[in-house]
Design a protein around this ligand. Structure first.
Ligand code: GLV
Ligand code: MN
Ligand code: MN
Length: 416
């Protein structure tokens, strides 16, 4: 690396400005962001991102699933680009940093290289992956998973949201069904900066998390069918209450994941009574379950325990209970050489750091199946994420972006 490159720092105020400028697309009264995948606010931020990429001299390509790639040429265009980026969609009650930091830091890296007149040996490519969050369309990280070959494009295009709108229709609705085949834009490596979304870095007063693993994730869809009847006239022993069964199931998820702890977590994030009414005993409840662990065997063991708990509750309460796995992402082991590259860049910048496992799913976990991939974490306040109160400091975001830039420079090389 040349001297100028090794001293290079991103423009902290400019990065911070873009994070707050884009937070207006879907801003919520509580200071968070609601920018559901492929909705109108997602279109707004995508248009902003495309304009910013073009203004930075990038060639923007969009694939059939709407993932956006901004290519910065390198000296040797025969080499596959080093990818960097994340996502711009958010949870329904999301924050300003989840995904946004990694995507806008990637843009900031390009702007900094442009200002410094640095040409890399290998091209670099900044990426905004479609639907990382998975809250409007399941599964999460669907576009990067299709990029990595886990799903066909047609399968993902046909997935529907709760209102029955397909991914394909939603893409057409905002004009982001691109022409490039999914997976065609090959990358040589991928590096994603992200807030930690957990409490460890803050608790240990560390600036950078060098991510070497990612938890495995299993998602289930479930349904409980009991029997609707009159709230005033149906004696307690005769009820087949779907919500009461649901309540037992929620507690079973908690008990089972705790029993497989400390490195397992389980969440019922949605539970919806089909036709709620104050004086009707709930007859049908639909629900979702999210189970995570860094160990595949633990996911299997939790699956077995969940099934037997489900059968027991259903039999005792005389309700039907269906529990179907709809997504399984195996635990990720990030590429050792790239993890070392992140650690080396972090050390050279003088930031405190530790190795860390990602509790959240990320597009980089899918990329890791097809190219060397790594992640960089920075702390977030109280470890809170997937919440409008999500917060991170400018200094930590800046440090993360610097670590990202120097990792990418080490991978892409500086043309002499
Ligand atoms: C994505 O945000 C996930 O980890 O669920
Ligand atoms: Mn994210
Ligand atoms: Mn998220």
């Amino acid at each position: 690396m040349t001297k100028i490159a090794s001293n290079l720092q991103i423009d902290s105020a400019r990065l911070w400005g873009t994070i707050h400028e884009t937070a207006k697309f879907g801003a919520t009264p509580k200071g968070g962001v609601r920018r559901l995948t492929l909705g109108p606010e997602d279109k707004q931020v995508r248009d902003w991102f495309r304009d910013a990429c073009e203004a930075a001299g990038l060639e923007v390509h969009v694939d059939t699933l709407g993932s956006m790639f901004g290519l910065r040429k390198g000296r040797d265009m025969s080499k596959p680009p080093v990818g960097l980026g994340s996502h711009l969609d958010t949870q329904p009650t999301g924050g300003k940093y989840d995904g946004v930091l990694g995507t806008l830091a990637a843009l900031e890296v390009v702007r900094t290289l442009n200002d410094a007149g640095i040409e890399t040996e290998t091209p670099i490519c900044i990426v905004n992956w479609t639907n990382e969050e998975g809250s409007r369309f399941a599964p999460a990280t669907m576009a990067s998973a299709a990029y990595a070959g886990d799903y066909t494009t047609d399968d993902i295009l046909a997935r529907r949201d709760a209102a029955g709108v397909s991914v394909g229709e939603a893409l057409d609705g905002i004009g982001y069904r691109g022409s490039e085949a999914v997976g065609a834009r090959r990358l040589g490596a991928f590096v994603e900066l992200h807030i930690e979304q957990g409490p460890l870095l803050e608790a240990e007063n560390k600036t950078i998390g060098v991510v070497d693993r990612g938890q495995g994730i299993v998602w289930y869809d479930g349904k409980i069918t009991g029997f609707e009847s009159h709230a005033g006239t149906t004696p307690m022993p005769l009820r087949r209450d779907a919500l009461a069964a649901m309540s037992e199931f929620v507690l079973a998820v908690e008990r089972i994941t705790r029993a497989h702890g400390p490195n397992a977590v389980g969440t019922v994030g949605e539970a919806v009574i089909a036709t709620p009414s104050r004086n009707v005993i709930p007859g049908e409840v639909a629900f979702t379950v999210d189970i995570r662990s860094p160990n595949a065997a633990t996911l299997d063991a939790i699956d077995r325990d969940l099934r037997s708990a489900t059968a027991e509750i259903a039999a005792r309460r005389k309700v039907e209970m269906a529990l179907a796995p709809i997504w399984r992402k195996e635990p990720t082991v990030f590429n050792a050489k790239l993890v070392d590259a992140v650690e080396t860049a972090t050390r050279a910048l003088g930031y405190s750091h530790r190795r860390i496992t990602s509790g959240a799913g990320h597009d980089a976990c899918n990329l890791a199946n097809v190219v060397p991939a790594a992640m960089i974490f920075v702390p977030c306040k109280d470890g809170v994420s997937h919440n409008e109160l999500e917060d991170a400091t400018q200094a930590d975001c800046t440090a993360g972006a610097n670590a990202l830039m120097h990792t990418v420079l080490a991978l892409a090389g500086v043309a002499s």
